[in-house]
Design a protein around this ligand. Structure first.
Ligand code: ZN
Length: 407
């Protein structure tokens, strides 16, 4: 399958709309599909017949009807296909295997990219994807593809990373083509915060049609869903709230800006401040290396949750800075819901959520008409990997002709 076939179509086909509906609703009747899509009963019948013939959907008994024929109920065949989401960060990586219904079948945590060369890291990911599929008896032919989810900037169409992070030799690496070669699977490169937004929209706890995501791993990113569509702007490097200037006289950032909120209030900034307190550093046994940022951040969050005053003050200060960036996000897109996702918020979520909500409901421009709800991702630190796997399920072409006979 061509790499480009994993990218979202501009207008989803009737086929993918029906699959999406069954993915989110579980069991449905044809009549419900007509009501939910606005497509004609004839179109629904034709597409459902095609999906039944392709082995993607099965009939599962009958529902009650108001007179006339009983409604035959349909649901996705969860084992028809699978997708892999890979979240790769400097400090930690994770793999998620999802079935065709979008349910998480398996997950695995791996070291981050900070201590490997690109070639070593991609080989490790390919090996572990192979292990995950073997352990769960999933044939390669059943896997629709892999979403490799990481920080930007990236050239999504070419599958190339355009950031010299975690080390300069990562710049310009053709990550998606190379992982595709190593795994034998189509690979899509995706932004981590955008993937987390997709996951929250499709299998998360957010009911709103428009919402923002702040994603905290070793860096800080953002994503926005507007009217149920992920906002991509000019590509996959959109809503980079980590690089909003919050201190005009702050330190230069590799992005070209200065005083970026990622460097003032992100996980690495919190850890850096903690390391400046030698007694605190020794008490928590903080490591202080770039590859240990998230481990150190987690230790600080645990201390804060146990009532440590210094740890709490570090996280509440950071929440103020993140809240200020969130005000810009909310004001620009007219949002009333902000989701906090990623490993950073999985560790420090409740405390930072309250701090961010306090700033938003003091300073968001539209707060009187529309108070802002701040919620934690329902997928915790796996949010981006889960979203990546859903992105593959939703956009891969499942028609037999596109996948080759027998696939
Ligand atoms: Zn920056």
């Amino acid at each position: 399958m061509a790499l480009a076939s994993l990218h979202a179509p501009i207008q989803p086909s009737a086929r993918s709309r029906l699959l999406d509906l069954m993915r989110t609703r579980g069991v449905v009747s044809r009549v419900e599909l007509v009501g939910a899509t606005g497509l004609t009963p004839g179109t629904i019948s034709n597409v459902v017949r095609e999906l039944l013939a392709d082995g993607l959907v099965r009939e599962v008994g009958q529902g009650r009807s108001r007179g006339g024929q009983p409604r035959r109920l349909l649901r996705l065949c969860a084992e028809a296909h699978y997708a892999v989401g890979v979240q790769m960060d400097r400090c930690t990586s994770s793999l998620v295997l999802s079935d065709f219904g979008g349910q998480r079948v398996a997950e695995m945590t791996l070291p981050g990219s900070g201590s490997s060369s690109p070639q070593e890291m991609l080989q490790l990911l390919a090996d572990r994807i192979g292990t995950l599929l073997f352990d769960h008896a999933v044939a390669l032919e059943r896997v629709l593809g892999v979403s490799l989810v990481t920080h930007g900037p990236q050239d999504q169409l070419a599958g190339i990373l355009l950031a010299p992070r975690p080390t300069p030799d990562w710049y310009g690496q053709p990550l998606a083509p190379e992982l595709s070669r190593l795994t034998g699977l189509p690979v899509l490169l995706e932004n981590d915060a955008t993937a987390a937004a997709l996951g929250e929209q499709w299998l998360g706890a957010v009911a709103a049609d428009s919402f923002g995501v702040i994603y905290m791993a070793s860096g800080l990113g953002g994503g926005v869903v507007v009217n149920r569509e992920v906002y991509r702007g000019g590509g996959s490097n959109t809503v980079e709230i980590g690089h909003i200037t919050v201190d005009a006289s702050g330190a230069p950032c590799p992005c070209g800006n200065r005083g970026c909120v990622e460097n003032v209030s992100g996980s690495a900034a919190v850890v850096s401040r903690a390391l400046g307190n030698s007694a605190f550093r020794d008490r928590l046994d903080l490591q202080g290396s770039p590859a240990s940022t998230l481990t150190d951040f987690r230790l600080i969050a645990e201390a804060a949750n146990e009532g440590d005053g210094f740890a709490r003050s570090l996280l509440l200060d950071a929440a103020q800075g993140l809240g200020e960036a969130a005000v810009t996000l909310v004001n620009l897109f007219g949002l009333s819901t902000v989701v906090l996702a990623g490993p950073g918020f999985a560790a420090a979520g409740p405390l930072m959520r309250d701090g961010i909500a306090e700033v938003l409901n003091r300073a968001a421009f539209n707060r009187e008409l529309q108070p802002v709800d701040v919620v934690l991702s329902s997928h915790g630190e796996l949010a981006a990997a889960v979203g990546g796997s859903l992105q593959v399920l939703r956009t891969a072409n499942t028609a037999p002709a596109a996948r080759g006979a027998g696939a």
